[in-house]
Design a protein around this ligand. Structure first.
Ligand code: SAH
Length: 480
């Protein structure tokens, strides 16, 4: 083998990998170089050698790329959160556009000429910092045994003690300090993953960017918190000076516990116990009010979410006469936006609390033409289809054959059974909203082989500084 571990080589970075790493060649040998930016010339230390390629990390930037910027966060190299913070934001968007295009080409099997006619440029953020309304901070100990909280280092569960994340809301730092000081003063332990002992595992903080309402939820390995009233006192004493988009002062309105006594990587437990205030917070999105409880999904970047939902609505092309299914509907955000422009909307979601929130949200916003079903999309939809089909095609035609089906699945994409049933339902249009363009491309292939045509694709950047991108697509039935 030409190279070995710890060799130092000089590489010109010519491409970007899926995880944001720089890609370059030295003497025909391909290296994936962590923290290198496309256009850099770097001295890299090889960390792992394979026969035809290897991994390395930057030892020294010899000639910085014109796309290289000074990162805001001093932990960005170690932290697993922001992979491409050192890349200029406009170049990040080009990277995301290429990522969507490549996945459609390689995984989806769509011809380049077709992709280039249907794809529109990624919608970028005006301010790619402090955009996240939600953060989950692990709590633990440093090497000296001090209580800390922050973020996991990339690919590990070592905690970096950083409470000042450049993507999150500024008050998170004050909230975390209040939690840590409560824990120290009352001898409350942090959870240790290796032994399964200790109490506090994570702190979840969610802020309604419009309303200013803040939720603090401690995930605990137990059912109670000692001296819980002291935590509440600490949290309510925080001087919050920041204001929300509505002009209202930010304020903590919900303090709760999530019980998670399992030895698992899943952060939240299934039971929530309210310590103070309401069990949920409210926020406004697209002019509608939403209740959000700790276990419910809510898009993390509200500014870009409005743009994303705007695209989904445009692609759905509603006139007021349509029947719409919204699969993976969460707390009903897309369902309710669509309900204002459709005849009837049906939402499906697996998390029971999210369905409760969705029903409450329909009520609060006085939207009556929407119904929510709890369960897995791949179970609810086929069962529904079979049952109604047997009851009579004609009477149930609108539910069986909706005009539009919207899907917005988690990263793993749609289950095959769900896609299959969608094809049998033959909606005129399918709007696919995705947070992972690889599984999106896989699913679009199935839908297009099943009689649909890809009409529009557009990325919306919800996650500046990271390699992730959200995508909205419109598919039309070929024989419609
Ligand atoms: N459309 C919503 C939620 C999108 S996130 C929004 O924009 O806010 C994806 C949602 O799918 C989550 O709420 C998750 O709980 C839900 N989910 C995950 N797997 C599911 C499945 N198999 N069936 C139905 N819902 C599922």
């Amino acid at each position: 083998m030409k190279y070995k571990k710890n060799d130092i080589v000089t590489v010109t970075i010519e491409d970007i990998g899926n995880d944001g790493e720089g890609i370059g060649k030295t003497d025909g040998y391909t290296l994936f170089v962590k923290d290198a930016v496309i256009g850099d010339v770097v001295e890299a230390r090889i960390t792992k050698c394979k026969k035809n390629y290897g991994y390395a990390r930057v030892e020294k930037v010899v000639t910085p790329s014109s796309f290289r910027v000074e990162p805001k966060c001093s932990f960005h190299k170690r932290c697993g959160g922001c992979q491409i913070q050192a890349m200029r934001y406009d170049r990040q968007l080009v990277f995301k556009q290429d990522k969507i295009r490549n996945n459609l080409l390689r995984i989806g099997g769509f011809p380049a000429a077709l992709i280039d006619t249907v794809i529109e440029p990624v919608v970028g953020m005006e301010e790619p910092w402090h955009y996240r309304n939600k953060a989950q901070f692990p709590v633990g100990y440093d090497k000296e045994g001090n209580l800390i909280t922050g973020f996991y280092a990339g690919r590990t569960h070592d905690i970096i003690a950083n409470t000042d994340c450049a993507l999150g809301a500024p008050e998170n730092q004050l909230i975390l300090e209040a939690v840590l000081s409560y824990m120290r003063d009352n001898h409350v332990t942090a959870y240790r993953e290796d032994t399964g002992e200790g109490l506090v595992r994570h702190v979840l903080i969610r802020t309604g960017f419009w309303s200013g309402e803040i939720m603090v939820c401690l995930v605990v390995n137990g059912t109670k918190l000692p001296a819980a009233e002291k935590l509440t006192k600490n949290l309510l004493a925080i001087p919050l000076t920041d204001t929300a988009e509505s002009g209202a002062n930010k304020k903590i309105t919900s303090i709760s516990l999530s019980v998670n006594t399992e030895k698992t990587n899943v952060i939240m437990g299934k039971d929530i116990c309210v310590l103070w205030g309401k069990g949920c917070i409210q926020d406004t999105l697209c002019g509608l009010t939403f209740s959000i409880s700790p276990l419910s999904f809510y898009q993390v970047n509200p500014v870009q979410t409005e743009k994303l939902y705007g695209l989904a609505l445009e692609y759905a092309n509603l006139t007021g006469k349509e029947t719409v299914w919204d699969l993976y509907c969460g707390i009903g955000t897309i369902s309710l936006c669509m309900a204002k422009k459709a005849r009837q909307v049906y939402g499906v979601e697996v998390v029971p609390q999210a369905i409760e929130d969705a029903r409450e949200n329909a009520r609060v916003n006085q939207i009556a033409n929407v119904e929510f079903y709890e369960g897995k999309a791949e179970e609810v939809l086929p069962a529904f289809y079979e049952r109604l089909g047997q009851a009579g095609e004609d009477e149930n035609a609108d539910k069986l054959h909706p005009d539009v089906i919207v899907v917005d699945p988690p990263r793993k994409g749609c289950d095959e059974k769900c896609l299959e049933t969608m094809l049998r339902m033959r909606p005129e249009r399918i709007v696919y909203v995705s947070c992972d363009s690889a599984t999106l491309a896989r699913d679009l292939k199935v839908l297009c082989e099943g009689g649909y045509e890809l009409k529009k694709v557009r990325g919306v950047d919800q996650f500046g500084g990271t390699v992730h991108v959200e995508v909205a697509c419109c598919l039309q039935r070929k024989d419609s």
